[in-house]
Design a protein around this ligand. Structure first.
Ligand SMILES: NC(=O)c1ccc[n+]([C@@H]2O[C@H](COP(=O)([O-])OP(=O)(O)OC[C@H]3O[C@@H](n4cnc5c(N)ncnc54)[C@H](O)[C@@H]3O)[C@@H](O)[C@H]2O)c1
Length: 258
């Protein structure tokens, strides 16, 4: 499906090389957006190739920027690249997080302080750093959009990932606080909370049996794929959602209702 209203729209997307980030990049450039796609230096080769492929497919284009979302100078450079290449910044999609890299499930009693701090630092501090870096350029566009990525694990508790669950709950709180503050400058801030997506990251940390069990609890009883997230993200990052702010939209096939 091609989304409308994105011709020439300038978007900063973080965490582009994961399965879900790639899907957002494709949808954005297919819709005509000018995308700055950010991911870690170690992902630069893949990120650059993805940006080149998206640009070749058009009609939009993408530029890859290597950087760490927890580093203020890196996110500032990504924002500056968007403003230099597109002349403006209309939306920030805060998709980067530690998920795939969580490793095996462990009790919260077994997590080390280093595990805890690494996940909170990237998922919460990194999201805040990107918001902080982009806020001015988004305000200049007159109707900025920020889409953060939470997770349905916050509603379920999801044993084995206490640090990740806590980090995504913090992202929801940050979304509301940022909605209040940045609303003053015309920017909306919302979150999308995906359910368990059948992708490389989820397969790395969950058994087939668990994946099947989650699918069976949904109203729409099937596996969730990255493409299932695109509609909600494109709507929240687009022009037509301008009077929606501070919300978390759950996209999980009707699995959790709180
Ligand atoms: N896959 C799922 O089932 C699921 C469910 C709910 C929420 N989510 C969320 O959706 C988003 C994308 O998930 P995914 O499955 O593609 O995850 P992933 O772990 O495969 O990808 C995350 C991306 O973020 C990048 N990244 C990590 N740390 C970074 C940093 N410090 N700076 C810049 N980039 C960094 C990684 O390199 C990777 O490309 C994440 O926010 C994740 O928490 C995923």
């Amino acid at each position: 499906m091609t989304h409308t209203g994105y011709e020439g729209r300038s978007v900063l997307l973080t965490g582009v090389v994961g399965d879900i980030g790639q899907e957002y990049l494709r949808a954005l450039t297919e819709a005509g957006a000018r995308v700055v796609a950010m991911d870690l230096e170690q992902a630069a080769e893949k990120g650059t190739r993805l940006a080149e492929e998206a640009t070749a497919a058009g009609p939009g284009n993408a530029t890859f920027v290597a950087g760490d979302i927890t580093v203020a100078a890196d996110v500032a450079r990504a924002v500056a690249t968007a403003v230099e290449t597109a002349g403006r910044l209309d939306a920030l999609i805060n998709n980067a997080a530690i998920y795939h890299g969580l490793g095996p499930k462990r009790s919260l009693l077994e997590l080390t302080e280093a595990d805890w701090e690494r996940v909170l630092r990237v998922n919460v501090t990194g999201t805040w750093q990107a918001i902080r870096a982009a806020a001015g350029a988004l305000a200049d566009s007159g109707g900025g959009r920020i889409v953060n990525v939470a997770s349905t694990v916050t509603r379920m508790g999801a044993p084995g990932f206490a640090h990740y669950v806590a980090s995504k709950a913090a992202v929801e709180g940050l979304t509301r606080a940022a909605a209040r503050e940045l609303g003053q400058q015309g920017t909306t801030v919302n979150a999308v909370a995906p359910g368990l997506v059948d992708d490389t990251g989820s397969r790395a940390v969950n058994t087939d049996e668990y994946m099947a069990k989650v699918s069976a609890t949904r109203s729409i009883q099937r596996s969730m794929v990255p493409a299932d997230l695109v509609g909600a993200v494109m709507w929240l990052a687009g022009e037509s959602s301008g009077f929606v702010s501070g919300q978390t939209i759950v996209v999980d096939g009707g699995g959790v209702f709180v």
